[in-house]
Design a protein around this ligand. Structure first.
Ligand code: SAH
Ligand code: SF4
Ligand code: F3S
Length: 435
């Protein structure tokens, strides 16, 4: 066994978990390849947030059938959120009998053990721990793939049960990591050259609420602010019901914290927000935005918005468009609501697809126009860019506020902070030159 291939679907949480899967396989001497057909172990780390995600993954799993027929000793592993839905692992195994191993969101650390069992002829290779609060597995090796950014989990799971969302069902209740382990991981990553840390959690503002020590997100950020090194800190995701003025102030005051807040709003209608169980109103959300802008006038504010939630009326949708126009988000991830089996909203009365389609089209057009107007504010100004990527003599990196800027450069620039004058705004991308 020499080569492995991983395909990751879904959010940053999954991207990071794939780094742990890679860590386990590399520790055993395997090397990553970029094509499934060349590998001995194929891992699909899956997502089930929307139906489109699941359909795509099922299609991709189906394509593995021919590979497995040609190379019967290839080991096929399906892991992550999709497998964790009730009854889903067995259904996957039935539909795709060539799958060898299925691992739930809390079982990925068992990967090598399961591979050994498979080789020694053991049969039962589905492992799903669906305890409400499965223990956190520390000490899993990590093979980072996002230099100069290091993803660092601060917590797992979610307690919020937004009525549309599958995440609490597939990732269990909130569990916060020991702050000392988080700080150790940040120190290790920055010592070895990482220039950006992204703290991960479904709702980072509730970090610590399950720890006995009285720890919370503010105190964690204070400790991180105390690390005397130049690196950027980002975090995701904040929940509008929990993001506090104290945290906003702390971010504004400390240079290492990026002035970039991702604050999913979902809807601008109070009645939709209530039915979504989001626990804030449009007014409260707008006050929070004012508060962010009071302390950080230049902050890049981004969001997630959903249209087509059950019974969303035209009036409700107008409230969402109004909110988008008032806030003027730098960028918004927009989604059409997708019913998820077992969630309360899936049992509510659904809207016709053409209504959803018309709304998403209008929302995207409105937001794109706003994003474009905001891009113009960047023109003829200088920014410090952290370079992330290079392609054909052009590098790409982000401003502190989270905007991607491209300019001429080379591979060796990746991981450097470079001052750039933004000169062009084309097709919602920013371009510049070194100063
Ligand atoms: N924990 C984060 C992210 C959750 S998933 C948060 O609370 O914001 C990322 C985004 O996917 C959500 O913000 C939401 O906009 C979208 N989403 C979640 N469930 C969905 C569903 N059933 N249909 C469509 N979009 C959904
Ligand atoms: Fe899902 Fe809501 Fe939890 Fe985010 S806060 S993961 S949207 S239930
Ligand atoms: Fe993320 Fe998808 Fe799971 S968005 S938490 S990978 S369902």
């Amino acid at each position: 066994m020499n080569y492995y291939y991983i395909e990751t679907f879904g959010c940053q949480m999954n991207v990071h978990e794939s780094e742990k899967i890679a860590g386990i396989l590399e520790e055993k001497g395997l090397t990553r390849v970029s094509e499934a057909s060349l590998s001995d172990v194929v891992v699909f780390n899956t997502c089930c947030i929307r139906d489109t995600a699941e359909k795509k993954i099922e299609g991709n799993i189906g394509e593995l059938k021919a590979l497995k027929r040609a190379r019967p000793d290839m080991i096929i592993v399906i892991s992550g959120c999709m497998t964790q839905q009730s009854g889903r692992a067995e259904a996957l195994k039935k539909r795709f009998p060539f799958i060898d191993i299925i691992l739930g969101t809390n079982n990925q650390y068992e990967l090598w053990d399961k591979i050994e069992r498979l080789i020694s002829g053991k049969k039962k290779l589905i492992s799903i721990d669906d305890a409400e609060k499965p223990p956190i597995s520390e000490d899993v090796p990590i093979c980072r793939t996002s230099f100069p950014n290091a993803w660092i989990n601060i917590m797992y799971g979610c307690n919020n049960f937004c009525t549309y969302c599958i995440v609490p069902y597939v990732r269990g209740r909130e569990r916060s990591r020991d702050p000392e382990l988080i700080l150790k991981e940040i120190t290790a990553a920055t010592d070895s050259g990482y220039k950006e840390i992204t703290l991960l959690g479904q709702n980072v503002d509730s970090y610590g609420s399950d720890l006995a020590s009285g720890m919370n997100f503010y105190k964690l950020l204070e400790r991180i602010a105390g690390i005397e090194k130049k690196f950027r800190v980002r975090f995701m995701t904040s929940h509008p019901k929990d993001l506090s003025e104290d945290v906003i102030k702390l971010i504004a005051e400390h240079k290492n914290f990026c002035k970039n807040i991702h604050l999913p709003v979902q809807s601008g209608s109070d009645s939709v927000l209530r039915r979504m169980n989001r626990k804030y109103t449009k007014k409260r959300y707008l006050e929070l935005i004012d508060c962010i802008r009071k302390y950080m006038p230049e902050a890049g504010i981004t969001t997630d918005i959903m249209v087509g939630f059950p019974s969303e009326s035209d009036e409700d949708f107008r409230e969402t468009v109004d909110l988008v126009e008032r806030v003027r988000f730098q960028n918004a991830f927009t989604f059409v609501y997708s019913p998820r089996k077992g969630t309360p909203a899936a049992a509510m009365e659904q809207l016709p697809p053409e209504v959803k389609k018309a709304r998403i089209t209008e929302l995207v057009a409105r937001q794109n126009a706003i994003s474009d107007e905001i891009s113009r504010d960047y023109l003829a100004r200088e920014y410090e860019i952290l370079v992330e990527d290079e392609l054909d003599g052009v590098v790409a990196g982000r401003t502190d506020s989270g905007r991607l800027v491209r300019f001429p450069g080379e591979k060796s620039d990746i991981g450097k902070f470079i001052n750039v004058l933004v000169t062009k705004n084309k097709a919602s991308s920013l371009y510049g030159e070194r100063v």
